[in-house]
Design a protein around this ligand. Structure first.
Ligand code: UDP
Ligand code: MG
Length: 316
């Protein structure tokens, strides 16, 4: 391989003091090895400190002092994983950028295969987890349910693909045109088209520290994913309304027949149950409608996705 290739690595970090040094050590070792074997010619590692409350930033600064290729973007507050990833990708200057989690769950060794796929013409390379042996049963089950639900709602995403992927500089430029505040990057990238390929790997255990995605955040990411990419829930509401309407028409025919036969329609249950049933359904769909209105509200306010407090080792 002769042509020059600069690789950017983007890593969002939120309270990752326990893992960040090990992650950097392993990455830097790999990257320098790849330079020796001429797989790549230059690299940069962009750490995005997403408002960590521990010593993550301090440790990152120590690393950046020793190596000019290590760059830091530090947020003024915790703006979330998707915002951190976005900021990192916006700043990536490489011919290709790979995003990774800070906790070494997506083993950085897989990047080698990604670069090879990029070299043979893929603009996007999705890292897909082969198995989830090391995850708890609960995490596996909820993750599966999440992907299945997304597919059912017509959101085009890759099964078992997290946020570990390679994007070419061309894709990165197009990515900047997606200005939505409610971000679900996993759903945006497949919409963009381009040549893509898939690289499989085994997902490892978190190196240290705790997951930053408890159930609560996972549910909100799922709602985010669905409502940002699909209006199927709204259509379900219309469909259900239509079905109930037809059902009621049929019911009224029955009522007419019974009344004409001089009998009376049996009372209490047939009055009370539909009232509660319909009340419940209406409230559910009000809620769903509300989710979308909330989205619109956030989008029209056009609040910044993140605020950068400090940058290190960037030229400008
Ligand atoms: N993360 C972040 N901001 C947040 C939460 C998480 O930047 O508010 C980062 C975190 O540091 C890690 C990645 O997002 O690099 C994925 O988080 P985690 O490993 O905790 O999620 P899991 O792998 O358990 O789904
Ligand atoms: Mg993780």
């Amino acid at each position: 391989m002769d042509t020059s290739l600069k690789l950017s690595i983007v890593i969002p970090c939120y309270n990752e003091e326990q893992v960040i040094e090990e992650t950097n050590r392993r990455l830097q070792q790999l990257l320098e090895g790849w330079i020796r074997t001429a797989l790549i010619t230059h690299y940069e590692i962009i750490y995005v400190n997403d408002g960590s409350r521990d010593s993550t930033l301090k440790k990152l600064k120590e690393l950046a002092n020793r190596n000019q290729n290590i760059k830091i973007i530090s947020f003024s507050n915790n703006f979330g994983h998707q915002a951190a990833l976005t900021a990192g990708l916006y700043h990536a200057t490489g011919d290709a950028a790979v995003s990774l989690d800070a906790d070494l769950q997506d083993p950085p060794e897989v990047i080698e295969e990604m670069i090879q796929a990029y070299r043979s013409g893929s603009e996007i390379v999705y890292g897909v987890r082969k198995e989830r042996k090391t995850d708890t049963f609960f995490k596996r089950a909820t993750a599966l349910a999440f992907y299945k639900l997304m597919l059912f709602m017509g959101v085009n995403c890759f099964y078992n693909h997290g946020d570990c992927r390679l994007l070419s500089q061309r894709v990165l430029r197009e990515f900047k045109k997606y200005e939505e505040i409610n971000r679900f990057i996993r759903g945006i990238i497949p919409l963009m088209g381009f040549n893509y390929s898939i690289v499989e790997y085994d997902r490892e255990k978190r190196y240290a520290g705790e997951t930053k995605y408890p159930l609560r955040k996972m549910i909100s990411l799922a709602i985010e994913g669905i409502t940002s990419f699909s209006s199927v829930p709204l259509r379900i509401a219309s469909l259900l309304g239509f079905m109930i309407f037809i059902g009621t028409l049929l019911l009224s025919i029955w009522v007419l027949i019974v009344t004409l036969g001089h009998a009376s329609v049996p009372g209490w249950a047939s009055t009370v149950l539909p009232v509660y049933f319909l009340g419940g359904i209406q409230l559910i769909f009000f809620g769903i409608l509300g989710e979308y209105i909330g989205k619109i509200y956030m989008e029209v306010k056009k609040r910044p996705l993140f605020i950068i407090k400090e940058k290190f080792n960037f030229e400008d």
